[in-house]
Design a protein around this ligand. Structure first.
Ligand code: 1GP
Length: 252
């Protein structure tokens, strides 16, 4: 329960975290990740998330192993399906897609994954995964065959998150989808934040320092950044500096 405990205690202390998302499909050879791994290590990146809604290559294991061999930043699998389990990672977001009504992604894949997870040491983190509409259709909405919650239906998202928490889920992940046209609004994040007590992860379309800070101020405990860093690695330093300052200010 190490990572979950860390997230819960950081939440209690008002501290924020950064997760960098690596999509194994975009990695031709693990060495290609070295600059990103170096950058993450120099900055205060708390987690690597590895996964994608459609992983068409067999890179996942190599990517996890390469990151684990290079740095001590924990690697968390962010799986698109029960095929994306790798025992060399530290933890796995055990996602239930609670904004959708696709039984396979609410409980079906979990039944298949459960005995595999039981037999290895991955920390299993029960997570309510909520997709929010973000403009044009995203891969995750298409692949999951679910309809994201409309971006202005704040109470729908808040009640979904609350139901997830009442069901015992330990984290809530609000996602606009990878490369989202529009990030999740501050109003949406704060509506969910006010309703739940568990740590809140927010991602999708965060591609500027301003958007990252807006998400944190609205109540995100962890921000996930993928696409934007691939395009502009300096962005990670900018966001990391801001998160560092934030965490210093709450530590006083
Ligand atoms: C997607 O939340 C993640 O599931 C990150 O999205 O790649 O748009 O940063 P981006």
């Amino acid at each position: 329960m190490q990572i979950l405990n860390t997230l819960e205690s950081r939440r209690r202390d008002g501290k924020k975290s950064i997760a960098v998302l690596v999509d194994p499909d975009k990695v031709e050879s693990p060495d290609q990740l070295n600059p990103l791994i170096r950058l993450a290590n120099e900055n205060c990146v708390d987690f690597f998330f590895v996964g994608g809604s459609l992983v068409t290559t067999t890179n996942l294991g190599d990517v996890v192993k390469h990151i684990k061999d290079s740095v001590s930043i924990p690697v968390v699998i962010f799986p698109g399906s029960s095929l994306q389990i790798d025992p060399s990672a530290d933890a796995l977001l055990f996602l239930s897609l609670i904004s959708g009504r696709n039984a396979e992604l609410l409980i079906g894949q979990h039944v298949i994954a459960a005995p595999i997870l039981k037999s290895n040491k991955l920390e299993v983190m029960p997570t309510g995964y909520i997709l929010i509409n973000s403009g044009r259709p995203t891969s995750v909405a298409y692949i999951s065959n679910t309809m994201p919650i409309p971006e202005d239906k704040y109470s729908l998202a808040a009640c979904t998150a609350l139901a997830g928490e009442m069901l015992g889920l330990r984290l809530i992940y609000l996602d606009a989808g990878s490369g989202a046209e529009n990030e999740i609004s501050a109003k949406m994040i704060s509506s969910v934040r006010k309703t739940i007590t568990v740590p809140l992860i927010v991602g999708g379309g965060i591609d500027t320092g301003r958007k990252a800070i807006a998400a944190l101020e609205a109540g995100a405990d962890v921000i996930v950044i993928g696409n934007a860093i691939e395009k502009d690695p300096d962005l990670l330093t900018e966001i990391s500096d801001k998160v560092y300052d934030w965490n210093q200010s709450v530590a006083r």
